[in-house]
Design a protein around this ligand. Structure first.
Ligand code: KG4
Ligand code: ZN
Length: 335
């Protein structure tokens, strides 16, 4: 029996996204970004985000169907991010998905946002190796998770304070590089000297866990101390190196500790070219399979939500039902 044709919706933060997915195939993945709007304020404003989702959702859904070349009547199930995230923003997607599912008399599946990031790798190969160790790095999360099967997760570690994406975003703000910071830091770092400024490597001796708040403090001090003499390219390169080095070294140790044969890198910060290269290199040296999605599947998108629902349906551990939204939710197995 072929996998069902799913329409997926993601509105947990500042991207309005809709996608059509069948099994491991992404037939469309449309993202309407609110970045320009939030850039004015230097961060996401929840009320404004929810309103922008309302405006963007219907055109985004229509174009996801058009690009995939299917009609709403052909959709066999609806998958939507229902946790964690901004409640107002999540509600826009969840309400729309529930309405469509009711109107079309089709099942609806609520998906955890991080499960979407974790299973964004499903489109990369016919046979993904399980278990594998995933590093999720986004604006709100930094975690090492053992993905035993789709729907079965064991958390191995996480950040004690800021997420890696936050470290990029806060550093970028201090350097006057704008919002969101990750891509801006990456570009500014291209011509910089990464050894110019010494920045801390948080929790260097503690395996599996991370800390990035000291980095923010150190960046603050650096900007104050150097004043107009600060070389922005060198500071951006040193900041990126501090984050990339800690993430890649700890992931490598963790993969060894848990005897993993495969690893994955997912979430918005996985779009960082330096991080991808560093992890890809140690994976080659250590003989590990390495999964890292293309850029459009790293930052928030609906295709990953559809891929997660499809993988769990194939696994037989996802049930349809009422979809309730919540701001915070742990990543649990089989929920
Ligand atoms: O997964 P995501 O789109 O949203 C959350 O779930 O948080 O991640 C957004 C984060 C932001 O902090 C952004 O600065 C970071 O991903 N990011 C990057 C890059 N592109 C996006 N960080 C480093 N390098 C990049 N190229
Ligand atoms: Zn995300």
């Amino acid at each position: 029996m072929s996998a069902p044709l799913l329409l997926a919706i993601e509105t947990s933060c500042d991207e309005t996204s809709a996608a059509v997915v069948r099994g491991r195939s992404v037939l469309s993945n449309v993202v309407a970004s609110q970045l320009d709007m939030h850039a004015q304020w230097g961060g996401v404003v929840p009320e404004a985000a929810a309103r922008a989702h309302v405006e963007a959702l219907i055109p985004t859904l229509e174009s996801a169907l058009t690009v995939a070349g299917v009609t709403l009547n052909q959709i066999e199930g609806f998958a939507v991010t229902n946790r964690p995230g901004l409640v107002g923003a999540l509600s826009v997607g969840a309400t729309a998905a529930a309405g469509l599912a009711w109107q079309q008399n089709r099942p609806i599946y609520g998906i955890h946002h991080l499960e979407g990031h974790l299973l964004s790798v499903m489109s990369l190969a016919d046979e993904i190796i399980f278990p594998h160790l995933a590093l999720i790095v986004s604006g709100g999360h930094t975690k090492l998770v053992e993905v035993r099967r789709p729907g079965l997760y064991t958390e191995r570690g996480e950040t004690r304070d800021d997420a890696a994406g936050e470290a990029f975003d806060k550093g970028a703000r201090l350097l006057g590089l704008g919002y969101p910071g990750g891509y801006a830091v990456q570009q500014a770092a291209l011509l910089g000297n990464k050894t110019r400024y010494q920045l801390p490597r948080g929790l260097a001796k503690e395996p599996n866990n991370f800390s990035f708040s000291g980095l923010k403090t150190a960046m603050n001090r650096l900007v104050e101390k150097e004043g107009t003499g600060l070389n922005i390219a060198d500071a951006a390169a040193s900041l990126q190196e501090a984050i990339v080095e800690v993430l890649s070294l700890k992931m490598r140790e963790s993969a060894r500790q848990y005897e993993m044969a495969a690893i994955s890198l997912v979430g918005g910060v996985a779009a960082n070219v330096s991080l991808r290269e560093r992890i890809s290199n140690f994976a080659k040296q250590d003989g590990l399979a390495f999964y890292c999605p293309e850029f459009s599947l790293c930052t928030d998108n609906a295709a990953m939500i559809g891929l997660a629902a499809a993988a769990r349906l194939a696994e037989g551990n996802l049930t349809a039902g009422e979809v309730e939204v919540s701001a915070s939710a742990p990543l649990r197995s089989g929920n």
